[in-house]
Design a protein around this ligand. Structure first.
Ligand code: FE2
Ligand code: FE2
Length: 167
């Protein structure tokens, strides 16, 4: 299998681990309340994974595989359009999660624990189906349709997408 695809599948397994940790962190928050530092530190670990690995993964898909495969299968409708909409929905949930967690961290008044739970529940329900569509539909499609020259393009764009922007 192509190295880029292997990498993408591996990143999905990492994201699944993050989802397990997120579920556990929310359970801890419910059990101990937002004064429990253990819950906040677990939730903060999940935020770091989302802002690090998950964001990088989305960027790599959107800047390398999607545009190259998109020239063959289109991006206005079909799988890539659906997957892009889900990335967008995920980013909205991420923002809500980050806002609620930041509020809990400074002890702000309000229903932030519930809002965080809602955002986390949204992430936990969105991501597995998204991963499944890519694992079972998009990646096999890419393997079928892309030739060696197209994979070279994907890997060169991947390298650009993986380089952090200079300040
Ligand atoms: Fe994706
Ligand atoms: Fe993905």
């Amino acid at each position: 299998m192509n190295e880029i695809l292997k990498h993408l599948y591996q990143q999905h397994r990492d994201a699944e681990r993050m989802l397990t940790e997120l579920t556990e962190a929310v359970r801890l928050l419910r059990a101990t309340g937002s004064n429990g530092s253990e819950a906040l530190s677990a939730l903060s670990g999940c935020r770091a994974a989302i802002q690090g690995e998950v964001d990088a993964h989305f960027r790599q898909e959107e800047q390398s595989l999607f545009p190259v495969l998109g020239r063959q299968v289109g991006t206005d409708e079909g799988p890539i359009a659906v997957l892009m909409e889900e990335h967008c929905a995920f980013r909205q949930l991420q923002l809500e999660y980050e806002a609620a967690l930041a509020a809990l961290e400074v002890g702000a008044n309000g229903d932030w624990a519930e809002r965080l739970e809602r955002a986390a529940a949204g992430i936990v329900s969105l991501l597995p189906g998204h991963i499944q569509k890519e694992d079972e539909v998009l990646f096999p499609m890419a393997e079928d349709l892309l030739d060696a020259a197209a994979w070279d393009e994907v890997s060169s764009l991947w390298r650009q997408a993986s380089t952090p922007p200079s300040p």
